[in-house]
Design a protein. Structure first.
Length: 92
């Protein structure tokens, strides 16, 4: 009797994986799941671009804040409006 050669563990796993993927691709609703995955990827790409834009805006804001601080120091030697104090509150 000729014995059938036994397959090693990796070969059996690979065959089982291929069979599972084949069954999964034929499953009902898989086309919708694939379309959802693709649209999610597009949305994630767009979100990434927006976040990168926010980083650029933050850098511009920091630069403008420095300019405002510099201008505030320069105008400090001129006339300044008196600071307002809150009226005292009555003690209970």
């Amino acid at each position: 009797m000729a014995e059938k050669p036994q397959k090693d563990l990796l070969t059996r796993l690979a065959e089982a994986g291929e069979e599972a993927l084949h069954r999964l691709s034929e499953a009902p609703g898989m086309d919708r799941a694939t379309a959802f995955a693709k649209s999610t990827r597009k949305q994630l790409d767009e979100l990434t671009k927006r976040v990168q834009g926010i980083s650029a805006l933050e850098a511009r804001i920091a630069k403008l804040e420095k300019q405002v601080a510099t201008l505030s120091k320069d105008s400090g030697s001129g006339k300044r409006s008196p600071s307002r104090k809150a009226p005292p509150t009555a003690a209970p």
